[in-house]
Design a protein around this ligand. Structure first.
Ligand code: CTP
Ligand code: MG
Length: 249
């Protein structure tokens, strides 16, 4: 079985408020997109990595990825579209055009905005996607979540035990992801109508999507506070293990 990945990095990062697109903002001295790409190639033996970039930054994103992928992995950087969904569709078109994948092979779709995802979660997604056609990493929800109407009135309180906060990478067989994007194509022109994740397009087709355990450290970088949290998590990893004299950590 072959595995390809579409890494979405074409957003502007408006909520982060940096001059640079979010994927190029430094995290521990290295662009966010480089961390995300490294996490994917460390976890899966990728045949092809396609990265979506802001159209004005294709060259910068390619430079940020230099030397990251192993020899057997083809890397392409393509301009993204007007929504995340449109960007994934552009990346998927490059995967299809390469002709490397069979319909039952797996395509991961990962957000550069989650640079800290661990290898175990990625591997769980690959295995479940190959088996079930579509798989996504999810975490139990600790907040109580309300459904509200436009006036701010609460209309429902879903049973928290039935809820999962979902992450990326999401994994699909090539056949399932192609069909889902094909069927949802008319929504992609605008972020307001577009699907916020790829599994949503698969669900709209009536196909099964399985949830596997996500990674609590795979925080999504949306605001400056998230970026600071990601920095702290990375520095915790890098910190030397100190042992008190004669004691335990
Ligand atoms: N993305 C993309 N193409 C777009 C919009 C988003 O490839 N047209 C990517 C982003 O680069 C990011 C992921 O999709 O890795 C998730 O999007 P989000 O976290 O919303 O990032 P931005 O759209 O860049 O941020 P913001 O919404 O704050 O502008
Ligand atoms: Mg966005």
């Amino acid at each position: 079985m072959r595995v390809a990945a579409v890494l979405t990095a074409a957003g502007s990062g408006s909520r982060l408020g940096s001059d640079l697109p979010k994927a190029l903002v430094p995290l521990a001295g290295e662009p966010v997109v480089a961390h995300a790409a490294r996490a994917l190639v460390a976890a899966a033996d990728l045949t092809h990595l396609v990265v979506t970039a802001p159209p004005a930054h294709v060259v910068d994103v390619a430079a940020a990825l230099a030397g990251l992928a192993p020899g057997g992995c083809r890397v392409d950087v393509v301009p993204g579209g007007p929504s995340r969904q449109a960007s994934v569709a552009a990346g998927l078109a490059a995967v299809v055009a390469s002709g490397d994948l069979a319909p039952a092979d797996v395509v991961l779709v990962h957000d550069a905005a989650r640079p800290l995802v661990g290898a175990d979660a990625v591997r769980r997604v690959v295995a479940a996607a190959a088996r079930h056609g579509a798989a996504i990493p999810g975490l139990a929800v600790t907040d109580t979540v309300k459904v509200v109407d436009d006036a701010g009135r609460v209309t429902a309180t879903p049973d928290r035990r039935t809820l999962r906060a979902v992450q990326t990478p999401q994994g699909f067989t090539l056949d399932v992801l192609r069909r889902a994007h094909e069927a949802g194509r008319d929504r992609a022109h605008d972020e307001a109508t577009a699907a916020t994740d790829d599994a949503g397009l698969v669900e709209a087709l009536g196909l099964e999507v399985r949830v596997v355990d996500g990674d609590p450290r795979a925080v999504k970088i949306t605001t400056a506070a998230d970026l600071a949290l990601a920095e702290r998590l990375l520095h915790e990893d890098a910190a030397p293990i100190t042992t008190a004299p004669g004691g335990h950590r």
